[in-house]
Structure formats: structure tokens, C-alpha cells
Design a protein around this ligand. Structure first.
Ligand code: HEM
Length: 115
């Protein structure tokens, strides 16, 4: 009888362990990534209206990716060190800015440039 009791306890312990294992699993769809959400597809012509002026959002494009700089204190009214939002600034950020493309990782991605 004692032998059966030990087997029963072992089964109960196994169930408990399996239960905590499941509870620790991460949810499958982690929505924390900044690239989540509907992505815009804009031509360069359409991008031009996202200039940060008259209440428009301020978007810039680099390597075909559109970033939203509206929330940046460095891009007030869509202007930054003589450059304006609403354009593809790939050449400028790579060739002329002191910081290069590394600052872009702080900006939300909102879409991509299409033909
Ligand atoms: C000669 C031209 C430029 C100068 C002197 C300049 C200077 C700066 C400085 C001093 C900062 C703040 C320090 C930092 O975050 O590293 C900054 C931030 C930034 N710059 Fe420029 N920049 C220039 C051109 C550009 C261009 C062409 C772009 C866009 C393609 C750009 C995009 C940004 C972004 C996205 C930030 C981060 C803003 C934030 O974190 O709120 N910059 N820039």
C-alpha cells in the first residue's frame, strides 16, 4: 500500500511541475517591437506633405524606411540643423551629419518608400 502512495505522490508532483512550467511560458505574440502597427507606403512625392508644418507630422526617409521625427525636440516644426522633414535624407545623414544613422534607432518606423 505504501508503494502505491509513493507512486501517487510522484504523479501529483509531476503534474504540479508541469503546471508551473506552462505558467512560465511567454505569450507567443510579443507586441513590444517599435515596428508594429499599420505601415505606410508613400512615394517621395507623398512624403513631401509630411513636413512637420501646419500640424502635419514630420517624417523623414533613410534607405527607403520612413521614420517619424514629430516627437523629437531636435526636429521642431520639421526643421533640424538646416534640414527639413518630408524628404529622403539618406545622403545627408550619412555624408554630412555628425551622428550618422545610429540616431534613427530612437525614432519610430512608420512605413516605407514605394515607387
Ligand atoms: C549637419 C547636419 C546635422 C547636424 C549638425 C546634426 C546634429 C544633431 C545633434 C547634435 C543631435 C543630438 C545628438 C544626438 O542625438 O546624437 C542630432 C540628433 C538627431 N539627428 Fe541630426 N544633425 C544633422 C543632420 C541630420 C540629418 C540629415 C538627419 C536625418 C536624416 C538627422 C536626424 C537626427 C535624428 C533622428 C536625431 C535624434 C533626435 C532625438 O533623439 O530626438 N540629423 N542631430
Amino acid at each position: 500500500m505504501k508503494k502505491y502512495r509513493n507512486v501517487l505522490i510522484a504523479i501529483v508532483v509531476l503534474f504540479l511541475l508541469a503546471g508551473t512550467g506552462c505558467a512560465r511560458q511567454q505569450p507567443a505574440d510579443d507586441t513590444s517591437a517599435s515596428t508594429e502597427g499599420p505601415q505606410l507606403e508613400l512615394t517621395l512625392e507623398e512624403l513631401a506633405s509630411y513636413d512637420g508644418k501646419d500640424g502635419n507630422p514630420a517624417y523623414i526617409a533613410v534607405d527607403g524606411v520612413i521614420y517619424d521625427v514629430s516627437g523629437s525636440s531636435k526636429w521642431t516644426d520639421g526643421e533640424h540643423n538646416g534640414y527639413s522633414a518630408g524628404q529622403d535624407l539618406t545622403e545627408t545623414i550619412k555624408g554630412k551629419s555628425p551622428h550618422g544613422v545610429s540616431v534613427l534607432s530612437r525614432m519610430p518606423v512608420v512605413g516605407k518608400i514605394v515607387e
